[in-house]
Design a protein around this ligand. Sequence first.
Ligand code: SF4
Length: 368
Amino acid sequence: MRGISSVPTYVVMQPTTLCNLDCAYCYLPFRAADKRMPVEVARAVATSIDGWARDGRFSVVWHGGEPLAAGREHLAALLDPFGPGVEHHVQTNATLIDDAWCDFFQTHDVRVSVSVDGPPERNGERVTRGGKPAYDRILRGIETLRRRDIPFSALCVVSDPRPGAATELYDYFLGLGCDVLGINVEEQEGVNTRANGHAAADVTAFWAELVTAWRADPRIHLREVEWSLRYVGAVLDGTADDLLPRQLDPIPTVAHDGSVVLLSPELAGFSDPRYGDFTSGNVLTTPLGEILAGAASTPWIAEFLRGVEACRAACPYFGFCGGAHAANRYFEQGRFDTTETDHCRNSKIRLLEGVLDHARDHEPSAVR
Ligand code: SF4
């Protein structure tokens, strides 16, 4: 894997900056303001995407703010310019989901992912603008999805990964009925300045326990564990070099005003004396394909690519990780050409170590 691709596998779109919740770990700087994406921005992106979608599956992820806070009518107008080859996804806090939104998801064939951190006692960081627990409202939305037989994925933030938490969490999500589960260890990024360093043994044991819980009842696609097992299997087969993509996926995030930030959605809305506002262009003035073709000349991206090469040269986990995410380097270390971060320790190194610990305990012959 070298350099950055000029064709993404998906695009992140911000229909509004607004969120109706105020979660303690949220990275978004403008979540109290309702700045909505004009339809011209969606039209400009759709024109570029139509070309890419013909070569296979292509996804648009509507992410916020809280995307449903844009309202059904406006979101429908934003979806309208996209052709039939485009899969729409929405990442939502679920609090606004009702029957009318379920009709919307079915009519527009939108795939739904909800953000929920587990049972009420583990969901305390997700609060309303008034600081009240949002759990009941989240659950009401999810129950509506279930009643309407709409499949959904779930995204869970874990602020304090340690042994004992993983089994409880996995059992909770089995009961919730999601098809796919992603586990994010809380990250220090954006306006969330809370430190994310944890004891190595605790984080590794958390992941090992999660693998054990999943293997006992693997009904859910557990994103991080399945990635890790695929990598471990490829190492054992001697095919691990083929797992990383040949080039980095640029993951364009198109903000409400059409500005484009590549690689890390979390950088959108921030600026820095050295790097400016991190944008690589605006779809209202430059086609997205052209923005992507010139990506490597954006100064901070050039610095990040040097950081990825430093990882390749120094880190034994590179084949699994690929250099992790730009935003974590910047928000933890103030630059992009560094290597290890607390994020990569928590979510790459210790994840893989946890999977290997599980294998050593349960199938020692496989990892001897
Ligand atoms: S685990 Fe950390 S140091 Fe290693 S390749 Fe990934 S980002 Fe770089």
